[in-house]
Design a protein. Structure first.
Length: 312
């Protein structure tokens, strides 16, 4: 078990969408946090007590080693996301594979207590089955392949040098401040008075999980006595694209109707089982989709209820 209170932790990509929620959770647990991200990212924490900002590049091993010095544990969350990875496969390799190796190798050399690696459900590819952690890895994107490579590197380093580690495969994460993805794109169109676009019939289904729940699972993975394990992190609540779009229209009180676009969709279903996380980490998602979407809409419209916290 890794004690959180009073210790310092490194969060790579701590200025990003999910990372900022993990930083907030750590602070609430009494930890100190070192955020390693590209210069200029993470500035929201510049004046926050207990947070140290370190600008740097995952591709530079010396910068990564300096960032790891003196921390109890490492949350490796920094990543080149799906679309940029598709647009620039070489950069994806450099950041998501070489960069991950740099983080894991530095953690090994520094003797940290544990590494928690943020992987993704993209490692599974497209499947009609409900995926548990033993499901075959069948990624068909360069991003998914890079996450498989990161998982394999961590497993090898962990096994060879006895570095405690946990890998988390996030399902479809959404929440306030996201800036990309289905929920964000729909809300942007609604805000501009344009009809949301649904590709195909909108029957594609996913496991949507609220970002603060994901942050809770991530911090719990560090604090627990569990190591050398991989976990799905999802809500267990399967919803279609059509469900999400109509819920957002209703929450925004919009008279718009979605526009269905007759195109082939690349993904039909990606739903995972998070039973293993419930059993071994004592973690379960708490925010149902409609409540999570309400929070996103409230943040965008600036109308959170009095006293309601919309992290961070």
């Amino acid at each position: 078990m890794v004690q959180l209170s009073g210790q310092r932790f490194l969060v790579t990509g701590g200025g990003g969408f999910i990372g900022r929620y993990v930083v907030q959770r750590l602070l609430e647990a009494g930890a100190q946090v070192r955020v390693f991200d590209l210069p200029g990212r993470g500035e929201r924490f510049a004046s926050v007590e207990g947070v140290e900002l370190v600008g740097g590049d995952l591709r530079r091993p010396d910068e990564v080693r300096r960032a790891v010095e003196g921390v109890a544990g490492v949350f490796h969350m920094a990543v080149l996301a799906l679309n940029p990875s598709t647009e620039n496969p070489r950069l994806c390799l450099e950041i998501n594979v070489d960069g991950s190796f740099n983080v894991f190798d530095a953690a090994r050399a520094a003797g940290v207590e544990k590494v928690v690696f943020s992987s993704a459900s993209s490692v599974y590819g497209d499947t009609l089955e409900v995926m548990d952690e033993g499901h075959p890895l069948n990624a068909r994107t360069i991003y998914g392949a890079s996450k498989i490579a990161g998982e394999a590197l961590l497993r090898a380093i962990s096994g060879t040098w006895n570095l405690p580690a946990v890998t988390l495969r996030y399902m479809n994460v959404y929440g306030p401040h996201m800036g990309f993805g289905l929920v964000d794109s729909v809300l942007k169109r609604i805000a501009s008075g344009q009809a949301p676009v649904i590709n195909g019939d909108g029957g594609q289904s996913f496991d949507f999980v609220y970002v603060d729940d994901v942050a809770g699972a991530t911090v719990q993975a560090m604090a627990s006595d569990v190591a050398d394990e991989t976990f799905n992190v999802g809500s267990g609540e399967e919803k279609t694209v059509r469900d999400v779009v109509f819920a957002l229209l209703e929450l925004c009180e919009s008279p718009l109707q979605p526009e269905f676009k007759a195109v082939q969709v690349p993904m039909v279903r990606r739903v995972g089982s998070s039973e293993k996380a419930a059993r071994l980490l004592d973690w379960r998602a708490e925010v149902p989709l409609r409540e999570g979407l309400r929070r996103v809409v409230a943040e965008q419209l600036g109308r959170a209820a009095p006293g309601e916290a919309l992290r961070p």
